[in-house]
Write a protein that binds this ligand. Sequence first.
Ligand SMILES: [Zn+2]
Length: 301
Amino acid sequence: MPSNDLLNRFIFDDCDIRGELVTLNKSYQEILEHNIYPPAIQMLLGEFLAAVGLLSSTLKFDGMIILQARGDGVISTIMAECNHHNNIRGIVRLNDEAELTETLAQNGSMLDLLGKGVLFITIEPKRTENFAGKLERYQGIVPLEQETLAGCLEDYFQQSEQLATRLWFAADGEHASGLLIQALPHQLKKNAEENEQHWETIEALADTITPEELVALEHEQILYRLFNEHPVRIFEPRPVSFACSCSRKRSESALIALGKDEVEQLLLEKGSIDIDCQFCNQHYHFTPEEVRILLGGNVLH
Ligand SMILES: [Zn+2]
């Protein structure tokens, strides 16, 4: 059985390259249970979830990393996020006007499903009352010009960090896995040519991973299978789990943000207000009395 719901960091002892491996199983299953998606979209969401798992290793403070793609294809939005506790969640929104053909539903690639669009990589520091605004929110944007998510993220790393980075993803509706390798700023090897050679060797070895191996093998087995001639150090795994960040308090804030007029209109139409979280299907119900208290007692006398 593969290392389920775990994120593993590894480094090479003989060259300046780091890596991450992630395999999601239960967390991925729980996310798929909340919404029904065709197979190709399940796979793509699996890749997005594995990707935020891998990218969460770059978080340097408490907060969240959000990966979101928007396009004009059958998928209008796909997003996955992971916080510093390695809680992940994700969702896909479909474009009602685009036709989801059987071929797309079964085998559509990221580009087939999203069409023309962009990928947003957002790093959102955790907002606390004392530290609000101290850390900047960062957003990187890359056009969807590559066939795969891995290709787009490689473009992103090239632009934003100028560190050579390669990624591989695989998902089968049950497991979603990802592998990342990244060249680090030179420490062990000062010779640029030697560094380049090391990178090429490790990259070529990593590139022999098959999607079947990536989802089915234990992380240690993957590292042995790929790099058994190189000294690799693997660190303690970090558990990844599905958890939704929605709450009644957040729903209250959303109602307040909506404004008194809108909320009054909703109450007039429906008698009460119901908010459903699309990530986890949690239901939040507000009676007119609760809404009145929430908005300061100034509505619906
Ligand atoms: Zn939720």
